[in-house]
Design a protein around this ligand. Structure first.
Ligand code: SF4
Ligand code: FES
Length: 382
């Protein structure tokens, strides 16, 4: 039986100055090496204000972050961006992460990777590749990614990954423009030798929120997607693992975003700012620390932003008296901010939220109207 940690007294404590026990260590860290990317996907979760190249952490700074992360307890490193292959020192960064003792997962569009570079990454100890897929053919994929020739390059990269034998997950972000191709998307993942496909219906943060009306699926698409996934799980049993993240606007209860704020993961942005989630900077009033000036352990344990929504004490009713409070932690703070204008509010996805009607009105308006043009993700265009 595990003992429940009790608050302890600091050396100069009075009974009124109880000190919380430190939080459990994070399991995973997302390292956004750069916001630069050859693609311009309108569903990108990066912030509208993209970090400039000259603000990025150096190779040596990342290596130090990885050592601190391991000392803190982090096990898994997700190397992302932007496009991490846009960093010319990607191989050195992966090598530093492995040397520190981290499991490394490269999240990439594939653009900027070659057979030679993948061999170098393999030699550096890369554990896993997560390749994004914008569509099942060049017409859809290059339109969504805003990059002509991207699909063909991606197929070449997938073949090189298979040649090397690196474990591959295909990550397909689905929305109104490609949900109709879901069955073919799953078939393509199998054909490319992926062990797993993550079908993630778009989450409306960052650029995706700006493009919400263009990406919003219809209810018919969502219902059909669930049917296709159920059938595919039967057809590909034992051959391809299928993860499905349904669009949460259409759900009755919210997801446990980040598995609870400040509970299991942290994000380090290209310039070293440490965030509790990728969209945390959209919440006004939070102040964020930077690994250039503050040790990672202090940021995780004591940082104001990490402690802002830890646990469930801050939640209002109906969450406080709800039986799901310790299952979903009231949902997503950034979504509460975006829809309800209050990061402490019950996630408006929840059927019990007083703001749910607003979400239903958004779905009704956006999914019944013709989709507007994309606002492609670009530096300085936010
Ligand atoms: Fe979750 Fe709060 Fe809704 Fe209950 S009321 S299901 S805790 S968001
Ligand atoms: Fe920030 Fe969900 S994206 S808490």
């Amino acid at each position: 039986m595990t003992a429940i940690p009790q608050p302890t007294l600091s050396p100069d404590a009075t009974p009124a100055r109880l000190v919380r026990p430190p939080p459990a260590p994070p399991l995973a860290m997302l390292a956004e090496l750069t916001h630069r990317c050859p693609l311009s996907c309108p569903y990108c979760s990066n912030p509208l204000e993209l970090a400039a190249r000259d603000s990025e952490l150096t190779t040596a700074e990342w290596a130090e972050v990885f050592r601190q992360a391991v000392a803190l307890g982090v096990l898994q490193l997700h190397i992302s961006g932007g496009e991490p292959a846009s960093r010319s020192d990607l191989v050195a960064i992966v090598a530093a992460a492995r040397e520190a003792g981290l499991y490394t997962n490269l999240i990439t569009s594939g653009i900027g990777l070659t057979g030679v570079r993948l061999d170098e990454l393999d030699a550096a100890g890369l554990d896993h590749v997560q390749l994004s897929l914008q569509g099942v053919n060049a017409g859809v994929a290059d339109f969504v990614g805003g990059y002509r020739g991207g699909f063909d390059r991606k197929m070449q990269v997938a073949a090189e990954i298979a040649r090397i034998g690196l474990p591959l997950t295909l990550n397909a972000v689905m929305h109104r423009h490609n949900l109709g191709d879901l069955a073919q998307t799953i078939a393509l993942a199998h054909q490319l030798g992926a062990r797993r496909i993550e079908i993630a219906c778009v989450q409306f943060q960052g650029w995706a929120l700006k493009n919400r009306a263009a990406l919003q699926p219809t209810r018919e698409q969502v219902d059909e997607a669930k049917r296709v996934v159920a059938q595919a799980r039967r057809d590909y049993a034992g051959k391809l693992a299928i993860d499905f993240v349904p669009p949460d606007y259409f759900a009755d209860f919210p997801k446990a975003c980040m598995n609870g704020w400040g509970s299991t993961g942290l994000n380090v942005t290209p310039d070293g700012t440490v965030l509790p989630c990728h969209a945390a900077a959209t919440i006004p009033g939070l102040s964020f620390d930077n690994v250039r000036t503050t040790p990672l352990a202090r940021i995780w344990n004591e940082g104001a932003a990490f402690n802002a929504f830890r646990g469930t004490d801050f939640l209002p009713e109906p969450c406080q008296s709800c039986e799901r409070r310790d299952i979903d932690y009231g949902g997503c703070r950034c979504q509460a901010m975006a829809i309800a204008g209050d990061a402490r509010a019950t996630d408006p996805v929840c059927r019990r939220s007083p703001h749910r009607a607003r979400l239903d009105a958004i779905i009704a308006a956006e999914s019944s109207a013709p989709p507007p043009d994309f606002v492609y993700r670009r530096m300085g265009r936010g």
